[in-house]
Design a protein around this ligand. Structure first.
Ligand SMILES: *[C@@H]1O[C@H](CO)[C@@H](O)[C@H](O)[C@H]1NC(C)=O
Ligand SMILES: *[C@@H]1O[C@H](CO)[C@@H](O)[C@H](O)[C@H]1NC(C)=O
Ligand SMILES: *[C@@H]1O[C@H](CO)[C@@H](O)[C@H](O)[C@H]1NC(C)=O
Length: 512
């Protein structure tokens, strides 16, 4: 898609450019919660060895997403998302928990933002729910839906907290899944652009940092590959190439949205938040080293290479999975320059080994790789978390991952847009749960590894976002896996209980 033809693309979609819909209506006033802050947690002092001695220079905050915190899933005409639909079927989510209430952020954001202000958070990353903004998926824009986000923004800015807004964090309107198969159809590109237009027009005057997508790898490979995430349309053998249809439509949507963004939010910065495990070769053999590199290709480079380098990774092209979108010169040109910073979601590492003919664990087609969390010595790659099927504690891998991004993509500015953990062995109930020393150690160690990349390797890491300020509704894991700095009592009206880590983050963020 050439820039000039994309302009007509926008006209063709009938978008009303540059005119922000009037967003008015009542915002929530401050609200006191029942039972918040009932016990106090021990707090590390600023001199504590737990407080990292350095911090990235600009962006410090926490990250979350609409479906995981908002609740209020049918308020003001919000429609069902694919995740609401998925959660409504028994057996998909831990204890069949729904996102219907989640943290009830929709009603409690004033007190939540007041807490963020007290902690000294400088940034708050959240997402906008497409089914709240355009309930029919592709038709009329909901003023009420936009008003909610407008109110959140005003509150944040009044508290001197800069928003970072993600457009799409996995919550496709179910109606679009039903109508044409969601991300499997290129019809989604035009509808995504309408959604982006509504959000940029209404909120673009108050938000500088944006993400078009969060972790497209995760929703493409799980949603349309393994079938283990919403919408749960499996292609386990990779034969149908569903994953690649999704990846292609994400790239096209991203390119179109960024072009619109340049017109509507000329002073803003935008990118796509990409995730990847660090792939460590299982052995020092050349085959395993190549396999590890290949697995990085199939996770993060399938998005970052087309954007930064103008083509698919060589290993992907060689394996030519079905439905791999050709990166034409026009598409490469449309993608060029659409990532102002590198947004990296980083959690863990895995060992990767060469396995000729292997289909790839995520239904990507033939990747000739396989992976394990256990080394030749049978030891796990890192410390235990409460999600051992996808995650071990590997702070050392943060530095390696950052160096890899730095080298492959030409020394970009990087923001770590997510990092966090849920750990076993912390107390599970009040008041012991408030003494979460291990969570503090986790963040301290990952931050120190990131700061080594900055100080020793000259990687440009500009920020760090903790996943997450609150325990969230964690997709299939429901409320079983808690990543929050603040413990949420889901059985008692989502009462918020700040923990030791809450105070730790405050002291780290505000230290001179
Ligand atoms: C992107 O555009 C710039 C400026 O026109 C050009 O120098 C660069 O080679 C392009 N990058 C790719 C990957 O095509
Ligand atoms: C990957 O390796 C594991 C052993 O570590 C094996 O059980 C599994 O079947 C392999 N997966 C594939 C897709 O071959
Ligand atoms: C908090 O937990 C740590 C171990 O994780 C323990 O050493 C410390 O004494 C506890 N502090 C309090 C105040 O209970």
């Amino acid at each position: 898609m050439l820039a000039s033809t994309s302009n007509s693309h926008i006209v063709w979609l009938g978008l009303a450019p540059l005119i922000a819909p009037a967003v008015h209506g009542q915002c929530q006033s401050g609200q006191t919660s029942s039972g918040a802050c009932s016990a106090s947690a021990p707090a590390p002092s600023a001199q504590s060895p737990l407080i990292p001695s350095e911090r990235p220079p600009f962006y410090l905050g926490t990250a979350t997403s609409a479906p995981q915190i908002e609740g209020a899933v049918s308020t003001d005409g919000r429609s069902q998302s694919v995740w609401d639909h998925w959660a409504a079927s028994p057996g998909h989510i831990y204890h069949n928990e729904t996102p219907n209430v989640a943290d009830n952020f929709f009603h409690r954001y004033p007190e939540d933002i007041a807490l963020m202000q007290r902690l000294g958070l400088r940034h708050f990353r959240f997402s906008v729910a497409w089914p709240r903004v355009i309930p029919s998926g592709s038709g009329a824009v909901s003023t009420e839906g936009l008003t909610f986000y407008s109110c959140v923004l005003d509150k944040l800015l009044a508290a001197n907290i800069q928003p970072v807004v993600t457009l799409y964090h996995w919550d496709l309107p179910q109606v679009l899944q039903d109508r044409y198969g969601g991300w499997l159809s290129d019809r989604v590109v035009a509808d995504y652009l309408k959604f982006a237009n509504a959000v940029f027009s209404a909120l673009g005057d108050r938000v500088t940092l944006w993400a078009t997508f969060n972790e497209p790898w995760t929703f493409c490979f799980n949603g349309y590959g393994t079938g283990g995430h919403a919408p749960g349309i499996p292609d386990r053998s990779g034969e149908k190439g569903q994953v690649w249809q999704c990846v292609g439509n994400v790239l096209r949507s991203h390119a179109a949205a960024v072009q619109l963004f340049r017109e509507l939010v000329p002073k803003g910065k935008i990118s796509m938040a990409l995730n990847s495990d660090w792939c460590e070769p299982l052995t020092s053999s050349a085959e395993d080293k190549e396999a590890a590199a290949r697995q990085m290709d199939f996770q993060i480079s399938i998005f970052a290479d087309p954007i930064y380098l103008g083509d698919w990774p060589k290993s992907v092209k060689e394996r030519a999975p079905p439905n791999l979108l050709p990166i034409t010169p026009d598409l490469a040109a449309a993608l060029n320059g659409t990532s102002d910073l590198f947004y990296l979601n980083f959690y863990t590492a895995r060992y990767v080994f060469n396995q000729p003919g292997a289909l790839g664990e995520w239904s990507a087609g033939r990747t000739d790789t396989n992976s394990t969390f256990f080394g030749r010595d049978r030891k796990p790659i890192g410390g235990e978390t409460c999600a051992p099927d996808w995650f071990y504690v590997t702070p050392w891998a943060m530095r390696k991952m950052l160096n890899w991004v730095d080298q492959r993509y030409g020394h970009p500015d990087i923001i770590i847009t997510e990092n966090g953990v849920c750990l076993p062995g912390e107390a599970a109930t009040l008041p012991g749960v408030l003494n979460d020393t291990k969570l503090i150690e986790f963040h301290r160690d990952y931050v120190q590894s990131a700061m080594q990349a900055v100080a020793l390797d000259k990687v440009k890491v500009l920020g760090y976002f903790i996943w997450s300020i609150y325990d969230n509704w964690e997709w299939n894991l429901g409320t079983s896996d808690r990543f929050g700095l603040v413990w949420v009592d889901f059985a008692n009206e989502q009462a918020r209980h700040p923990k030791a880590s809450t105070e730790w983050v405050s002291r780290w963020f505000t230290r001179e």
